[in-house]
Design a binder for this molecule. Structure first.
Ligand code: IMP
Ligand code: MG
Length: 178
């Protein structure tokens, strides 16, 4: 697996420091409130697991799994919910946690869908963002890093369901795609 790596973009230590920084900011912003953190499976799982341990608030956790129709690398904007939330979000302060925002189409759909369920508030937290690729505008309240338009893996993020368990974020050698 490690032979497939071209270069490491963010090391385990750099990720841990950034996650702690985001967690501290969320703790400050939501002081005195309860927070429902919703992870978008599967990619956000590892980021969410580390992040919630850096949030010093009463936190609830739920997950949604969504898949976008289209090719494996190009999202179409038509989203299918594979696993819905377990609980109602009505009246709750909701934060959606994503691994990476690319076109923004998946998140745009999820925001519309969640807003129709009448939460008290809703915010977006993503570890990575590819702003060059955006097709719809998304308000991102908490962000780890902006990255260029390059395919990355690790820390929960996959290529063909692999590399999610790498402790760092890395680019892959081109021959891996062949
Ligand atoms: P969007 O609807 O185009 O914003 O899709 C975002 C989703 O595409 C992310 O949650 C990832 O699952 C996937 N994705 C986007 N860029 C990458 C990448 O560089 N590596 C792996 N998955 C990616
Ligand atoms: Mg994803």
């Amino acid at each position: 697996m490690k032979n497939d790596i071209k270069s490491v973009l963010y090391s385990e230590e750099v990720l841990a420091a950034k996650v702690a920084e985001i967690g501290a900011k969320i703790t400050k912003d939501y002081l005195g409130k309860d927070l429902l953190v919703i992870g978008v499976l599967k990619g956000a799982n590892i980021f969410l697991g580390d992040l919630v341990r850096k949030i010093d608030l009463p936190v609830q956790i739920d997950f949604i799994a969504a898949s976008s129709y289209g090719s494996s690398t190009e999202s179409s904007g038509v989203v299918r919910i594979l696993k819905d939330l377990d609980y109602s979000i009505e009246g709750k302060n909701v934060m959606i946690v994503e691994d990476i925002i690319d076109t923004g189409l998946t998140l745009h759909y999820l925001l519309d869908n969640f807003n129709s369920r009448n939460p008290a508030s809703i915010s977006v937290c993503t570890l990575l963002d590819k702003p060059e690729r955006r097709k719809v505008q998304i308000d991102v309240a908490y962000k780890g890093f902006d990255i260029p338009d390059e395919f990355i893996v690790g820390y929960g993020i996959d290529y063909d369901e692999r590399y999610r368990n790498l402790p760092y974020i890395a680019t892959l050698k081109p021959e891996v795609y062949e």
